[in-house]
Design a binder for this molecule. Structure first.
Ligand code: ATP
Ligand code: MG
Ligand code: ZN
Length: 506
């Protein structure tokens, strides 16, 4: 039959819409053209497919007019992912493989000139997008490395091949599918997160870290150089509850899109710490080779985003953070392309109190003028700070204090309290306290009238806006949950207020 249709998928953000690869052979002047909005890379597929077939001793119809159509035509299609389906379509159209054998399968993979299969980006996203594959009603055939990733989501339905001829042998019934099954390897060999026991003193900052983990509240640490801010931030992911299977898949799918997924990191909270010199595109996402790529905010999905030296970040990057902090997603639109990526991360940011870092340190002198301090802090806009529920000062420890203070409480008991508080939130409201809003906030953060009046006057005394009330209530809810208390008391409110004092009222 001179027409063959092969199922594949494109990649659009985290979506993987289906693509039909139609191959038609006819008489007329020999030619090979690919239609359906392909970019340069897809055009290069012609050369790769031709060489791969010939070098695998498979026939290439050089004497025919070949038309390949990638449908729908209005989808941007990138990378060599369509090489394999195009090659298979050519073979089916020539009668080398039975078109019926292609049914119930999806294929993606880039070919080398010798017919080896090379991995594609976003294999996990493709798998998650295909209901039929996840339900094992269809099989997904991928290059080996991609298949190992995809098998995490659908171990029974994913097949991995190293070479084009393996796929052809399988479709001809000469190779048992069992030979192409790959093992999903969620091996927990990743290095454990650093432990809180290493951190001495800093009771308030530790407490803030625990509350941040318990209610998923964003946290800002303000303190002089060497006070342990980075130590604290690096210990946050180890306090968070384990990822659910679905969350682990989503996190891995994001990392797989940027080609940075590692099997040993399966199920682990990601910790991303981009340097303050990074561009807005690197932080938030932007145009990369072959399309829109997720930024650090999305690679930290379900994990921790650590922004050290927060005021030193590019102004556009800081402004752009507001969207994911508010909606837990980012929308990207560059040239003709659009994509939406999830970005539900826990932000921990660190900064010095002033440009020289020593303001408020009794042991050292600060050399900054008040104007310099104001300018430095003004780099963080009110709306950005407003989204950070916890803002604490981390005091410098005297060198001898470091030697004299005992080791701190280890991470595990803290993580156990956090798990329990997270369970309470899940059962009560189905979302973390930091995400409580509107009616749900009113319902779950109820306080007695006298405590509310007390909070109102305390906020007024501190010069805070009325909006701050909700932030304080959410944090107080987490404090109460950690204490196993059903009702929020004045003590919970007072501690919540105490934990947002750094940098003054907002
Ligand atoms: N509370 C602490 N307990 C144990 N060690 C500490 C503590 N604070 C600081 N240190 C030691 O000081 C080093 C510097 O700490 P860290 O890098 O976390 O400081 P920082 O506040 O991030 O500083 P900077 O502003 O320069 O980034 C740590 O590697 C650790 O050895
Ligand atoms: Mg640091
Ligand atoms: Zn200073």
């Amino acid at each position: 039959m001179p027409l063959a249709v092969v199922a594949s998928r494109a990649l659009q953000g985290l979506q993987a819409p289906p693509v039909q690869v139609e191959v038609h052979l006819s008489g007329g002047l020999p030619s090979f053209c690919i239609v359906g909005l392909p970019d340069t890379e897809v055009r290069e597929a012609r050369e790769r497919v031709r060489s791969a077939l010939l070098n695998s001793s498979l026939p290439f119809p050089s004497a025919r007019r070949i038309v390949v159509n990638l449908a729908p035509a209005d989808l941007p299609k990138e990378s060599g992912r369509f090489d394999l389906p195009i090659a298979l379509g050519l073979l089916a159209a020539q009668g080398v493989i039975d078109p019926a054998a292609l049914r119930g399968h999806e294929f993606a993979g880039e070919l080398s000139l010798s017919g080896d299969l090379r991995p594609v980006h976003g294999a996990l996203a493709m798998t998650c997008a295909s209901h039929a594959v996840r339900e094992s009603q269809e099989r997904l055939v991928l290059p080996l490395a991609s298949a190992r990733e995809a098998a995490l989501a659908a171990p029974a339905a994913v097949l991995g091949a190293g070479h084009l001829s393996d796929v052809v042998a399988y479709l001809a019934g000469q190779l048992d599918p069992a030979e192409l099954r790959v093992s999903a390897q969620p091996c927990g060999a990743a290095e454990p997160f650093a432990d809180l026991a290493d951190l001495r003193g800093q009771a308030q900052a530790r407490r803030a870290l625990e509350i941040a983990a318990a209610g998923e509240h964003h946290l800002l640490l303000v303190g002089p150089p060497g006070s342990g801010k980075s130590m604290l931030a690096q210990r946050l992911p180890g306090l968070l509850p384990p990822l659910s299977h679905e969350q682990a898949l989503q996190s891995a799918a994001m990392l797989s899109l940027s080609g940075s997924f590692r099997a040993e990191a399966w199920g682990r909270r990601s910790l991303r710490s981009p340097h303050h010199g990074c561009s807005a595109a690197a932080l938030l996402g932007g145009l990369g080779p072959g399309g829109l790529r997720p930024g650090e905010v999305s690679l930290a999905h379900h994990g921790v985003l650590f922004l050290d030296e927060l005021p030193e970040f590019d102004r556009r990057a800081l402004e752009g953070l507001r969207e994911p902090l508010e909606s837990r997603r980012v929308h990207l639109a560059r040239a003709a392309q659009r994509a939406e990526f999830p970005a539900s991360f826990l932000l921990v940011a660190a900064m010095n109190p002033c440009p020289c870092g020593q303001l408020g340190n009794p042991a050292r002198e600060c050399h900054c003028s008040p104007a310099q301090v104001t300018r430095y802090r003004a780099r963080l806009s009110g709306p950005l700070l407003d989204r950070i529920d916890l803002r604490v000062e981390v005091a410098a420890l005297a060198p001898d204090a470091l030697l004299e203070l005992p080791r701190g409480e280890p991470s595990e008991p803290v993580a156990a309290r956090v798990r329990e508080a997270a369970r309470v939130q899940r059962e009560r409201q189905g979302l973390p306290n930091a995400a409580l809003d509107g009616a749900a906030l009113e319902q779950h953060c109820r306080v007695r009238a006298d405590a509310r009046a007390w909070l109102g006057s305390a906020l007024t005394r501190m010069g805070s806006s009325a909006r701050a009330t909700h932030r304080v209530l959410r944090v107080a809810r987490s404090i109460a949950d950690l204490a196993g208390a059903e009702a929020i008391t004045r003590e919970h409110l007072a501690e919540a207020l105490q934990l947002r004092r750094a940098l003054g009222p907002a």
